[in-house]
Design a protein around this ligand. Structure first.
Ligand code: MN
Length: 747
């Protein structure tokens, strides 16, 4: 491969000539494509890009023709070829979606618009998980698989002509290609595109490494060629003797695969023994195994190197059997054996289905929109049994219908439920961001809180320390359960004072309707049984619960009224006793099931195995939720546990989350864990230990760890009776000098 880094070019390309060549190629393919329509697209592109030039000096439209040429090589349908010719007109010229739709139909216009959207996605290199999200986002944005295929063709041509770009651009585009487009091509099974993209990228990402390998290969070529020729002839001869119809080819493996082996196995090139790969393509699957037998008869197989991807295809549909054997000169080499069908799929992946499966007469995928991608679905169904989950997810584009992918200002991809709003986004970053949000903008423009986020949006949240906090309306606007939970929690915790006042007023009002005043009920003899009944530690807790809506004022007032009535009578008559007994039964029925395990009541289940999750270690007083584990009973999480919030959205677990609550009488202690963030200093741990000791806290474990930035985190695992006790301990620990924050685990 020529590596011309000098951005000068002697022969400026003539676009008409280039297009004529493309036309010849289409004619030669014998496919029933409308040359008239394709030429018309070329003319539209040529006119739209008139005057624009590539960095190489070539007229811009040559790029469009070359990208279209690649889609022809991929075997894509007519609409794809037309769209490839037009793929840059929306982005770079005044042409609109409507203009294209009028001349070539809405499907073509939609594809071009899809490519344009992908082009606009800002990209920064990130860790693996983020890259995976970004690839998913591209797939989700594409909506039509052809958008991705054209984008791959576009990128392939841009990489082929990368020599004319600045070194910075060469590097960043190559990195993007290596991290996004080559993996996408791989996932779609397009080995040919993947190899080319990887080799072109490597050329710019590690020019020295690339050169070392190509030079080395060049010096070995005479020997390798002789070797390959001999083996090829021997295999052909044997097939003939055995009457098996098969094509035998040989190639040197692509540079990047050699490169990766050198680095992952820390070998120099002499240590990589199988540089050549032979391929035998036959008509039937039984022939594949017959040929395998012949090869193993001719040459000694290397143990452990036989792989049968025919019986177990790779997730991207790849099928072949591979074996490595040792040739007569002691040189090992790999042989891949497959049928023609498997070969097309291996080379062109998903695109092979246009090229080979649809047959003549139905070249475009027009018949019935619903059936458009029936083959994709069929394909995917056959994948489900193998380890195709990931492929399945990323390919079936409408699988993403319930998700939306957006960017944070830093370029992180955030995955939210479809229909999500800036409120969901803010809470997915951090609850503090949500609570302090005062405004949101999308792609630089201010939006209202109920704006529906679109794939690829860049979302920015403005926050302020003096923000009033979430409004109750947000509960209706937010789409994600985790955002709603966080908003409710805020109301419960942050607004405690307000809730107490509000709840007190609400109760007072309600009592008035029953001809009572607060003074009538605050007496210990009236209030104590009521608090016990609702499991509140103090009157304020009762008010607060009414204030945030956890308990209706009516329910509390009715109970209080009954209690007053009971107390005001010196003796109980028979009717009262009957009523009381009925009420007790009612109470017990309301508390079904009656059997609490470890202080936990599980809705609809009695005596089941209870396990407290380690990720968030809930204690009585925490809002909790149960998860039905496989074989280990119900595991209890806090509602604000990040694990729960992450997994509660997962449809796979739908139905496994179950309502649980704390029993009213709890005598046990519960193990939980907190992290004390502080400036590191001498005596810090001693201070922590002293306070814990003075509180008689039941400490099970205490571990401190200092960090280079001068901070320290002390992890305390302890047993508490309930949230009130834990909060008290935390409030006392917070008074220690240098402590900046105390968080519970799972937060
Ligand atoms: Mn382009």
């Amino acid at each position: 491969m020529e590596n011309n880094l000098s951005p000068k070019k002697e022969n400026i390309l003539d676009p008409d000539e280039l297009f004529n060549e493309l036309e010849q190629k289409i004619i030669a393919s014998g496919r029933p494509l409308s040359l008239e329509r394709i030429r018309s697209a070329y003319e539209m592109a040529k006119e739209a890009h008139a005057g624009q030039k590539r960095k190489s000096g070539d007229p811009y439209v040559t790029h469009c023709v070359s990208a279209a040429d690649i889609t022809v090589d991929m075997g894509l349908d007519e609409d794809s070829i037309v769209a490839a010719l037009l793929h840059d007109v929306i982005e770079d010229t005044n042409t609109t979606h409507d203009d294209i739709a009028k001349r070539f139909g809405t499907p073509v216009a939609d594809i071009v618009e899809g490519v344009t959207k992908l082009t606009r996605v800002q990209y920064t290199s990130k860790e693996d998980e983020q890259m995976e999200n970004l690839r998913k986002m591209l797939m989700a944005m594409a909506q039509d698989i052809r958008v991705i295929l054209i984008k791959i063709a576009d990128r392939t041509h841009n990489m082929r002509t990368m020599a004319y770009q600045s070194p910075e651009k060469q590097r960043s585009k190559s990195l993007e290609t290596m991290e996004i487009y080559a993996p996408l091509a791989h996932r779609l099974g397009m080995q040919r595109s993947k190899w080319e993209l990887e080799d072109l990228s490597l050329q710019y990402l590690d020019p020295h490494g690339y050169k070392e390998i190509t030079d080395n290969l060049a010096s070995k070529m005479p020997i390798l060629n002789e070797f390959m020729g001999k083996i090829e002839a021997a295999i052909k001869q044997r097939l003939k003797e055995e009457n098996i119809n098969g094509a035998v080819t040989c190639r040197i493996k692509h540079v990047y695969s050699i490169y990766r082996k050198m680095y992952s196995q820390k070998l120099d090139m002499s240590g990589i023994f199988d540089l050549c790969a032979f391929r035998v393509i036959v008509d039937t699957i039984p022939d594949c195994y017959n040929v395998l037998g012949l090869i193993h008869d001719m040459y000694k197989p290397v143990p452990g190197r036989f792989k049968d991807y025919i019986s177990t295809p790779k997730p991207n549909m790849y099928q072949s059997v591979h074996t490595t054997v040792i040739g007569t000169e002691g040189i090992p080499f790999e042989v891949q054996i497959r049928t023609w069908d498997m070969h097309h799929t291996a080379e062109y992946g998903i695109a092979a289905h246009w090229k080979y499966k649809l047959g003549s007469g139905s070249d475009s995928v027009r018949e019935g929109d619903e059936d458009k991608f029936a083959w994709v679905r069929r394909l995917l169904e056959s994948q489900q049994e193998s380890d195709g989950q990931e492929f399945f997810r990323s390919l079936k584009i409408d699988m993403f219908a319930d998700e939306v992918f957006v960017f944070s200002p830093k370029g992180d991809v955030i995955n939210l439920p479809a229909g999500a709003t800036p409120i969901d986004f803010a809470y997915s970053i951090h609850s503090h961001v949500g609570h302090h949000m005062v405004g949101a903008s999308v792609n630089g423009r201010i939006v209202t809180y109920d704006y529906t986020l679109q794939n690829g949006d860049v979302v920015e949240i403005r926050t302020s320390k003096s923000a009033p906090g979430p409004s109750r309306d947000w509960l209706n606007i937010a789409k994600s359960g985790s955002a709603r939970t966080k908003i409710k929690q805020w109301y419960k915790k942050e607004r405690r004072e307000e809730n107490i006042i509000r709840g007190r007023e609400m109760l007072e009002d309600e009592l008035k309707h029953n001809n009572l005043s607060l003074d009538d009920v605050v007496d210990e003899s009236i209030m104590a049984p009521i608090l016990r009944h609702f499991s509140f530690a103090a009157v304020d807790d009762l008010y607060a619960a009414i204030g945030y809506g956890g308990l209706t004022a009516n329910r509390a007032a009715t109970r209080l009224k009954d209690e007053v009535a009971r107390n005001s009578r010196p003796s109980k008559n028979a009717l009262d006793k009957v009523n009381e007994a009925a009420e007790r039964r009612e109470q017990q029925a309301a508390r079904r099931p009656v059997n609490a395990v470890h202080g936990i009541l599980v809705e609809g289940l009695d005596n089941c195995l209870i396990k407290f999750s380690r990720c968030c270690t809930p204690v009585p007083g925490d809002d909790i939720i149960g998860f039905i584990t496989r074989g280990q009973g119900v595991s209890i999480h806090r509602c604000d546990c990040t694990n729960y919030m992450k997994n509660s959205q997962n449809p796979e677990n739908a139905g496994r989350w179950i309502n649980v609550s704390w029993a009213s009488q709890i005598s046990e202690s519960y193990l939980t864990s907190i992290y004390i963030h502080a400036k590191d200093r001498n005596g810090l741990v001693l201070d922590v230990a002293t306070i814990l000791n003075s509180l008689n806290a039941k400490v099970r474990n205490l571990a401190a760890h200092g960090y280079p930035d001068g901070t320290a985190i002390t992890n305390v695992t302890l047993e508490v009776k309930n949230l009130t006790e834990l909060k008290y301990i935390i409030s006392r620990l917070a008074t220690i000098g240098g402590v900046t924050d105390i968080v519970r685990n799972g937060e």
